[in-house]
Design a binder for this molecule. Structure first.
Ligand code: 6LW
Length: 522
């Protein structure tokens, strides 16, 4: 149910919060479609629809069959599917991306954006971040980030047949950027008399930048934009950082917009980010034949025609025939490890023998989408070991686990695994709650007694039922990309490592009670 539509004059960034990096967007008539990287998670390449570039709804996943997403059981965290490109041409949707764990670059197509998408057509292009664009003669060109190294550290271009997966010409070196490290994320656009090549360089962390060149043809010669980088927040104190990996789109009225990845670091020096790289939107204006962009703002003037709509409820009662598209699992979701029919209205998860510390554990989760969030589940289990966890990967997760009639908070940080707190609970259905909060500070009295300033810029609290007193509170820093490294972001989900567990509902949304003030806690 959404509220009556009203003209939105502003929108808030990120437009797709949570770990949704490397966005690529296209428009078909009045509708926009956007895809993101998904790495080791299955299903892969989430696809979103928007009527206005501001309000996005996930309509499925492009790679929703194991045959489209072969991932070795031991695929490393943050491997798998890197950056995708989505385009619409000749009445079809085209998506090209890279499976760095199996096979490399491939293309899938679909008549409708929600699918079904085709089986992969593998294409013998090296490198990552492949793009697709067609010229007026029907030739298809693909720019991609060449394998970094002495041969050519930059973007290459090839003329391809994406239907057959053939390389028809090239690849040949195109442009190596302005000299920053890691030239990647290329997108080619035919605009007026020019071919524009937009890339990211500087690396996907704080040095990230968007740069651009143009040429009379995809074969070059490439002229670097006089104002490069056309966008970067590097070396600024801006609350939005790592701006890069962008794609351009026009509205039906001819406005130019850019989607890009960026992060929202928290804390002090050094800052850290926990939601991964998120999808942001920013306006583009053209001056003297080159785009001018940024700075990217947390609140921005909306595109013409944007509407204010209610955010869809984030609670899942598991009373549908299938799983909602935002549910993801690392590497695979084996048949038999989950069911929505064994106990109508309940999700059943069956252990596979693996634990959260290794690939193969039965886990179903969704991206954490709010810096301050509350996630709750109702768990019923007769015997076994199950719970709710917030994870970055097998080496970095905090678990609220129920087994043998007790609830235990467990912290796994790299090689260290610690049971933090335990409390007996009544066997039978129990509500597990994980909240992520910011700016947990000691009281002045606590700081005075300890003689030092202490703060947890991001922390995670674990509650049983509606107990206001947490079973434990853990520092969120250890579940950040700066600690875990990698390309993903926090995912919060249900798991079982012994026996079977039933979950009646799962609710994830912004924390509505705000961070507890010290008075509540002292
Ligand atoms: C992606 C590359 C990058 O392929 O990191 O931010 C890789 N840039 O373009 C994974 O996201």
């Amino acid at each position: 149910m959404t509220s009556p539509k009203s003209e939105a004059s502003f929108y808030d960034n990120p437009v797709i919060p949570g770990f949704h990096p490397d966005p690529s967007v296209c428009r078909v008539g009045d509708d926009y479609y956007l895809v993101c990287s998904s790495f080791e998670y299955f299903p892969g390449v989430p696809i979103f629809h928007s009527p206005d570039l501001v309000n996005w709804r996930q309509i499925g996943n492009v790679l929703d069959r194991p045959s489209q997403l072969p991932l070795p059981a031991d695929a490393m965290a943050s491997d798998g599917i890197y950056a995708p490109t989505i385009r619409h041409h000749d009445g079809r949707f085209w998506m090209i991306t890279t499976n760095v764990s199996h096979g490399g670059n491939f293309v899938v197509t679909a008549e409708r954006p929600e699918g079904p998408w085709s089986e992969p057509v593998w294409i013998d292009l090296p490198g990552i971040d492949p793009d697709l664009v067609w010229d007026d003669d029907g030739n298809c060109w693909s720019a991609f980030a060449g394998a970094h190294g002495p041969a050519f550290d930059g973007v290459q271009i090839a003329r391809v047949d994406p239907e057959a997966g053939k390389v028809l010409e090239g690849p040949f070196p195109a442009w190596a950027g302005t000299g920053l490290q890691w030239p990647e994320a290329p997108h080619l656009y035919r605009i007026g008399e020019w071919w524009y090549l937009m890339i990211a360089e500087g690396g996907t962390e704080r040095g990230h930048a968007v740069t651009m060149a143009r040429a009379p043809s995809p074969r070059g010669p490439w002229e670097s934009a006089p104002g490069n980088p056309i966008l970067s927040h590097r070396s600024t104190s801006h609350p939005i950082q790592s701006t890069g990996h962008a794609d351009l789109v026009t509205t039906p009225d001819g406005e130019w917009w850019m989607v890009l990845l960026a992060t929202r670091p928290v804390g002090y020096s050094p800052k850290f980010h926990v939601l991964g790289r998120e999808t942001f939107l920013t306006p583009v204006r053209w001056e003297d034949g080159w785009p001018r962009v940024g700075p990217v703002r947390l609140r921005e003037q909306a595109p013409g025609g944007a509407r204010t709509v209610e955010v869809a409820p984030q609670r899942d009662d598991f009373d549908s025939a299938g799983l909602a598209p935002w549910w993801i699992s690392p590497r695979s979701r084996p048949d038999g490890s989950w069911s929505l029919v064994e106990r109508p209205g309940w999700l059943a998860l069956h252990a596979t023998g693996s634990t959260l510390d290794e690939p193969g554990c039965t886990f179903l989760g969704r991206r954490q989408q709010h810096p301050e969030s509350r996630t709750a589940v109702l768990l019923d289990h007769v015997a076994g070991r199950a719970g709710l966890t917030v994870r970055l990967d097998e080496g970095h997760h905090y678990d609220l686990e129920v087994a043998d009639g007790q609830a235990t908070v467990i912290a796994r940080i790299g090689p260290l695994r610690t049971s933090v707190a335990t409390r007996a609970v009544v066997p039978g259905p129990v509500t597990l709650v994980i909240t992520t909060r910011s700016a947990r500070k000691w009281s002045e009295e606590e700081e005075r007694r300890a003689g030092l300033h202490v703060a947890a810029p991001d922390y995670i609290a674990f509650h049983i039922g509606e107990d206001p007193e947490p079973l434990a509170e853990l520092d969120g820093r250890y579940l950040s990309t700066e600690v875990a490294t990698g390309f993903t972001g926090r995912v919060i989900g249900m798991y079982v490592t012994e026996g079977t567990a039933w979950f009646d509902w799962f609710d994830h949304g912004p924390l509505d009670d705000g961070p507890p003030d010290d008075a509540e806690r002292s």
